[in-house]
Design a binder for this molecule. Sequence first.
Ligand code: ADP
Length: 423
Amino acid sequence: MAAADGGGPQQLTLEPQHELRMEVDWGKQVHLQLVSGQAEVFGTALDLGERVSIGGQKVAVFTWEGCTLQMDGEPDMMYTSDETPMGQYVSIHDVLDARRQEALKAKGEGPRTFVVGPTDVGKSTLCKILLNYAVRSGWAPTFVDMDIGQGSITVPGCIAATPVEAPIDIEDGLPVDAPLVYYTGTPTPSDNPALYKHLVDRLANVLDARAQSDAQVRASGLVVNSMGWIVELGYELLKHTVQALKCDVVLVVGDERLYSQLSMELKRSSPSTQVLKLARSGGVVVRSRELRAQARKVRVEEYFYGYRKELSPASQTARFDELQVYRVGGGPRAPTSALPIGATSVADPLKLSRVANPQELLYTLLAVSHAPQPELLLSVDVAGFIYVQDVDLAKGTITYLAPCAGPLPSPLLLAGSFKTYLD
Ligand code: ADP
């Protein structure tokens, strides 16, 4: 990288197939402009002269052909590298692209790609790159995010899907006009694995139905991101997702053991599934537990306030007895006499119970359900979320933050169990 220094904006030159990696903390901004050549951020092309702001992000500006960039501001960390996995990623894209074209001709299903691996190996980044390359080739793939710890489509605690029809915006992230969202209510699937599986199955059914109704969507296929929990129950949940979503391409990033385990098992259980291994990119930044927790909070803030604080959420008060808030799990045990001989009684993990004490909802997110009645709360997706800011037991009211003013689309709400403290 050649940099012309002078205090103000700097010009940086990148050689072909190099990337400029930079980290910019939350609350700070660095502006980048493509002066000449070609460059992209995780598959999203920069237009010549376009100025993009990087803030609270760790990104790489990659160039196939070489480029000159103008940078304004001070990243917290910045360096260039020519050791990138982009060559491998573009080969995978080419294979997926050929599969999509075949699918379109044959009116069949396009590739359903599942990206798996431990945390911080670049799974989400690979998903972005594959989605962007697909869009740039004229497809409209569906992005499915199973990483309930971070929740890139709406808020943490959700499994969700959204069609991607335009390159992912470098500043604003994924466009999410009509996401399909199911709320598990927790960022940790071990809290209720049966619920997690149940919601994955629901999501899979709806995605199948959507694919049937549109040939282009069907041929474009899915790109599915996973959580980084790859052992024990985490591994079981990964296998469940492969089956439920009928994934036929599994990309294992940065873990030889997981690769060999999955390729062996899937060879037996779903022989048509291709399992490929990929190395972790050297640019991926490892995040501490605290940073992950902070990222969760930022996701919730972004949901209500927007990426650039451009949204104006409304704080509203409602009588608690006019709302119907339910929680999942912890249902009563069936009496042993009611069970077949030898079976043990366990609490029904999908049992719904109505929340009687609003105090327990303070600082939690409630999903506003599309369900017409409480019994269907776990079968139907959610419309959006509200955040409980205050509870007044004496008046019997709760004060909540909603994305917009006006009455809630439904009084039927699903409670989550994790608390987020918004300032
Ligand atoms: P995972 O999904 O496996 O946990 P991510 O894809 O979220 O990992 O990557 C972790 C962090 O590293 C993210 O902040 C991402 O933007 C950053 N990152 C990924 N690849 C690069 C790269 N080549 N250069 C700089 N930062 C990167």
